[in-house]
Design a protein around this ligand. Structure first.
Ligand SMILES: Cc1cc2nc3c(=O)[nH]c(=O)nc-3n(C[C@H](O)[C@H](O)[C@H](O)COP(=O)(O)OP(=O)(O)OC[C@H]3O[C@@H](n4cnc5c(N)ncnc54)[C@H](O)[C@@H]3O)c2cc1C
Length: 466
């Protein structure tokens, strides 16, 4: 089927549906505040939210290059779930018990976002149906069972393993041979959440300046073309865009993720697919997909597509290669053959931040007042909220208003990692890794063996993932 009339780019379908927000004023000139937050996505906005709630007299300014939610926070797959990048490495570095605490905090974060959105009257189409991940091949099934056991060992005792028949009773994914389900997940509309959050933050008395790109962050300063904001605390919340800041080119690699969304599907198609529970849905492929059934009855499905642009370039307002749109559509039809005739309304892309060791972090340098959070590697919808509450606690601790908390003691706090290699090695490495993953997925599709393909294992090791 042709994708000619598919809207491609335009930031995201979520914004096409919601409308982009009315612009806020740029920074009017030099100013002094208590806390300056750079970046108006979930991380920056949740941080402003929790800090202002905790210390109402704080003078907080958010500086956003475009508009709040322009980045991944307004483009993602809407999986609010308890996964956090790097947990297993943190277990190796700090011990199992520390990583269990981190996992428990993530489990609780899902509820925290749902509760706070309700309190703030943010209607983000949230549905707590949990997360369902399926396997299609013997190798995927073996990985799924391992994954399931590991998650239970990290304290998720409420996780359920399902066979082929039980899986099909939840969602009819063609060829699914089993699944694992956790209740710690919800579907949401990303742009509705980030728009509501920006409004809530503003209503609390935080100042947000949009169309204000920060060119350089240095201790106690955020420099923009419109003036400099001076503050004892300057927090970098720019995730996949971090490379555009002076001196940060090789800090976090901007990885692309791409999505498509169908037209609203008629009841006859939903009768075939099922998916009554509105679980967020994914699989165990190396180049995995993620999907949701939207509140208005569409399938929104994402995957890697073109993984990385040379020189850590970011995207152009979500524009996406035709080949990626076709690949995602083909994948959807393989999963749900009944969607073969449906129209893809919109396709878009976004960037997420990947640290060299694939571990999310939250940091406050007490000597400079510089902080940052991110490197979520595609699991940032919930993690950004935990990071924000942790930044709040770190600032309160540093300014003598409170002592250490459970959050400041989590093992991802103040984690340091080396930078990415210079080009062309970054480009070659990432493209090689995804070529290997795709090859491994193809080989596993035809292999009767349950083991993970050695190509994928080698790619993981070279990429520094395990
Ligand atoms: C297509 C896609 C699908 C995803 N799906 C999921 C999912 O289903 N579940 C999940 O958990 N995670 C998902 N993620 C990841 C998740 O969306 C992100 O981890 C999360 O939104 C990060 O929030 P953030 O606020 O840290 O960054 P962002 O939302 O990227 O916000 C950063 C903000 O900083 C601004 N900015 C950048 N540079 C500057 C500058 N120099 N000066 C001022 N402002 C600046 C940007 O304009 C942007 O608004 C997905 C990501 C993508 C791209």
């Amino acid at each position: 089927m042709s994708t000619v009339s598919t809207v491609v780019g335009g930031i995201s379908f979520w914004y096409a549906q919601e409308g982009t927000p009315a612009p806020r004023e740029p920074l009017p000139g030099d100013t002094n505040v208590d806390v300056c937050i750079v970046g108006g996505g979930y991380t920056g906005l949740w941080t402003a939210y929790y800090l202002k709630k905790a210390v109402p007299f704080l003078n907080i300014t958010v500086l956003e290059a475009k508009f709040c939610g322009y980045g991944a926070s307004g483009r993602n797959g809407g999986w609010l779930y308890n996964g956090i990048a790097g947990r297993d490495r943190y277990a190796k570095l700090h011990g199992h018990e520390a990583a269990v605490r981190l996992q428990k905090a993530m489990n609780e974060t899902v509820g925290e976002v749902v509760r706070t959105a309700a309190e703030e009257k943010i209607d983000a189409d949230i549905h707590q149906g949990g997360v369902l991940e399926v396997a299609h091949t013997p190798a995927q099934l073996a990985r799924l069972k391992d994954f399931h056991s590991v998650e239970i060992a990290f304290g998720e005792t409420d996780r359920i393993l399902r066979g082929a028949r039980e899986t099909a009773e939840r969602v009819h994914v063609t060829g699914a041979v089993g699944s694992t389900w956790t209740p710690h997940g919800a579907r949401l509309h990303p742009a509705k959440l980030v728009k509501g959050l920006a409004d809530a933050v503003e209503a609390l008395g935080v100042t947000i300046h949009e169309s204000t790109p920060v060119t350089e962050i240095k201790p106690k300063h955020a420099v923009t073309p419109y003036g400099t904001v001076r503050a004892p605390y300057v927090l970098r919340c720019t995730e996949g865009f971090t490379a555009s800041l002076k001196g940060q080119k090789r800090t976090w690699l901007p990885m692309n993720s791409s999505m498509i969304v169908t037209e609203p599907l008629p009841a006859r198609i939903w009768d075939t697919i099922g998916w009554e529970g509105r679980e967020t849905l994914g699989d165990m492929a190396h180049a995995y997909f993620y999907a949701q059934r939207t509140a208005d009855g569409r399938i929104a499905l994402g995957g890697r597509g073109y993984p990385y642009r040379f020189g850590s370039a970011t995207d152009n307002d979500g524009r996406t290669q035709p080949a990626t749109v076709t690949a995602l559509r083909d994948l959807m039809v393989r999963l749900f053959p009944v969607t073969a005739g449906v129209h893809v309304d919109h396709a878009w892309s976004g960037v997420l931040g990947v640290p060299r060791d694939w571990c999310a972090t939250v940091t406050l340098d007490r000597s400079t007042g510089l902080g940052y959070a991110g490197g979520y590697v595609g699991s940032g919808v919930a993690t950004a909220n935990l990071a924000a509450r942790t930044l709040r606690d770190l600032i309160q601790q540093d300014s003598g208003q409170a002592g250490p908390t459970e959050l400041t003691a989590l093992p991802w706090v103040n984690h340091k990692v080396r930078r990415w290699e210079p080009e062309p090695f970054r480009w070659l490495g990432v493209h090689g890794m995804y070529a290997a993953y795709r090859a491994a997925d193809r080989r596993e599709t035809t292999s009767p063996r349950p083991g993970t393909d050695p190509i994928a294992k080698a790619a993981d090791r070279i990429a520094g993932r395990h």
